[in-house]
Design a protein around this ligand. Structure first.
Ligand code: NDP
Length: 420
C-alpha cells in the first residue's frame, strides 16, 4: 500500500467527507454531529469449535449507523484487517449510498476478524451461525438486513437466514439479501454491484464523449465486484480489459483479456496471476496504467495523495468502498479525472438487495430483464442527479453525491424531528 501523509483511518476519512459536504450545505451543527456518529454499535466475542478440536474466540461487530430513511442495511465482511473503525466507516457509507440511490434504507455494516482463506467450510459455517446468533438481537427483516461483502457470499447469507429462522421457529428469508435463488434470492443480485458500476461508467463516458467501444480498462480485485465489472464492461460496453488483479498481484496484456477465461483460470489456480500470455504487474502498477477507465474493486485507501498524481485514467469507477482518500480526490479533480464515487458507482448492489427484499416480502419474483431494467432506471437517475449538481456547483462527483445523500437524510430528520 502507498505511503501517504493523510489519515488512512477509514472512519476519519468518512467523517471528513461529511464535513466537506456539510459545509457546502451549511448544515445545522447539531445535525452535523448526528450524521458524524453511528447510532448503535454491537461488539461480540464468541467461541467457535475448530476442526482440530480446539476452541477459538473471534471478535465481530455490527454497526447501525443511521435509520432516518428506513431499516438499517449493509453487508458483512470477513477479513483479518476488520476493525471497529472500518465497520463504522462502511456503515456510514451505506447510509449515504442508500440515500443517493434513493432507496428507503438506512446504513449498517458488520464484520468478523478472521481469515476465511485458512478456515474449512465447516469452521466457516460454525463461525457464521454463531456470529448470526450473537447479532440476532439487533437484526431482522424490519430493522436491519445484512448482505454479502468481502469474503462472504450467498452461502454465508443462507447460513445466517437458516440460523435466524431456527431461532424464530419459522423461515425468515427477509432477514438477509444476497441469498441463493433457491431460498428467495433475486435474479441478477450476484452481478448487481458491477452492473450498476457499468451503467455509471457508461453514463460518465457519455458525458466525457469517450467512446466505450475499445476503451481500455484496468480492474483491481477479481471477486464479486471486480470480475463482473470486467465482464460487463467487456460484454455490454465493448471495452478492452487490459489489466486485472487479485490479492496475489496483477496481470497485463495490451491485446486485451477475456474476463471469463481469466475467471476460469483463477478458479483452477487460485489467482489471476500466471494467466497465459500476460505480463505480471503489481497492484500498485495496475492503478497507474495508461488506461481510459480504472475500476478499483478491492479494498480501501488504494488511491492516496502519494500515487494520485500518477493516475492516468480518465474515469475511475469505484466498485470498492473507500478506495480514494479525500486528499487524493482533490488531486484527481484538478487533474480532470472523473471519479464516480463508491456510494454512486457500487450502489447497484444494495439496489438489487432492496429488490430482493421487496420481492421476498411480496412473494412475487421478477424476471432478470425486469430486475435489470429497474436497476438501470435507479442507477441512471442517481447518476444524473449527482452529475447535475457537480456541474452546477463545479465540485467533484463525491462532494455532489454526499450533498444529494445528506440532503435526503436531513429531509427525513426535518419530518421526524429529534426524539423526544
Ligand atoms: P470479494 O470477496 O468477492 O472479492 C474481493 C477481491 O479483492 C478478491 O479478488 C481479492 O483477491 C481482492 N483483494 C483482496 N485484497 C486485495 C489487495 N490487497 N489487493 C488487490 N486485491 C485484493 O469481495 P467483493 O467483490 O464483494 O468486494 C470488493 C469491494 O466491493 C469491497 O470494497 C466491497 O465493500 C465493495 N462492494 C461489494 C458489494 C457486493 O455486493 N459484493 C456491494 C458494494 C460494494 P483474492 O481473490 O486473491 O482473494
Amino acid at each position: 500500500m502507498a505511503k501517504a501523509k493523510e489519515s488512512l483511518n477509514p472512519f476519519e476519512v468518512a467523517r471528513k467527507q461529511i464535513d466537506r459536504a456539510g459545509q457546502k450545505l451549511s448544515l445545522d451543527p447539531g445535525l452535523l454531529q448526528i450524521l458524524k456518529h453511528p447510532r448503535r454499535e454491537l461488539t461480540v466475542n464468541f467461541p467457535v469449535k475448530m476442526d482440530d478440536g480446539s476452541v477459538k474466540v473471534f471478535t465481530g461487530y455490527r454497526v447501525q449507523y443511521n435509520d432516518a430513511r428506513g431499516p438499517y442495511k449493509g453487508g458483512i465482511r470477513y477479513h483479518w484487517n476488520v476493525s471497529i473503525d472500518e465497520v463504522r466507516a462502511l456503515a456510514c457509507w451505506m447510509t449515504w449510498k442508500c440515500a443517493v440511490m434513493d432507496i428507503p434504507y438506512g446504513g449498517a455494516k458488520g464484520g468478523v476478524i478472521c481469515n476465511p482463506k485458512e478456515m474449512s467450510k465447516g469452521e466457516l459455517e460454525r463461525l457464521t451461525r454463531r456470529y448470526a446468533s450473537e447479532i440476532s438481537i439487533v437484526i431482522g427483516p424490519e430493522k436491519d438486513i445484512p448482505a454479502p461483502d468481502v469474503y462472504t457470499d450467498s452461502q454465508t447469507m443462507a447460513w445466517i437466514m437458516d440460523t435466524i429462522s431456527m431461532h424464530t421457529g419459522y423461515s425468515v428469508p427477509g432477514v438477509v439479501t444476497g441469498k441463493p435463488l433457491a431460498i428467495g434470492g433475486s435474479l441478477g443480485r450476484d452481478e448487481a454491484t458491477a452492473r450498476g458500476a457499468m451503467y455509471a461508467t457508461r453514463e460518465a463516458c457519455k458525458k466525457l464523449k469517450l467512446n466505450t467501444k475499445g476503451a481500455t480498462v484496468a480492474v483491481q480485485g477479481y471477486g464479486n465486484a471486480g470480475y463482473h465489472y470486467a465482464r460487463l464492461t467487456h460484454d455490454e460496453l465493448g471495452c478492452k480489459i487490459v489489466a486485472v488483479s487479485d490479492s496475489k498481484g496483477g496481470i497485463y496484456s495490451d491485446k486485451g483479456l477475456d474476463p471469463r477465461e481469466v475467471a476460469a483460470y483463477k478458479e483452477k489456480t487460485g489467482s489471476v496471476v500466471g494467466f497465459p500470455g500476460t505480463k505480471k504487474i503489481t497492484n500498485e502498477e495496475l492503478l497507474e496504467l495508461e488506461v481510459d477507465i480504472l475500476g478499483p474493486c478491492a479494498l480501501e485507501n488504494v488511491i492516496t495523495s502519494e500515487n494520485a498524481p500518477r493516475i492516468k485514467a480518465k474515469v475511475s469507477a469505484e466498485g470498492a468502498n473507500g478506495p480514494t482518500t479525500p486528499e487524493a480526490d482533490d488531486i484527481l479533480f484538478k487533474k480532470g479525472v472523473l471519479v464516480i464515487p463508491d456510494i454512486l458507482a457500487n450502489g447497484g448492489g444494495v439496489t438489487v438487495s432492496y429488490f430482493e427484499w421487496v420481492q421476498g416480502l411480496a412473494n412475487f419474483f421478477w424476471t432478470k430483464k425486469e430486475v435489470d431494467e429497474k436497476l438501470e432506471g435507479v442507477c441512471v437517475r442517481a447518476f444524473d442527479s449527482v452529475w447535475k449538481l457537480s456541474q452546477e456547483k463545479k465540485i467533484d462527483m463525491r462532494q455532489a453525491a454526499y450533498m444529494v445523500a445528506i440532503s435526503r437524510v436531513v429531509e427525513a430528520y426535518k419530518w421526524r424531528g429529534i426524539w423526544p
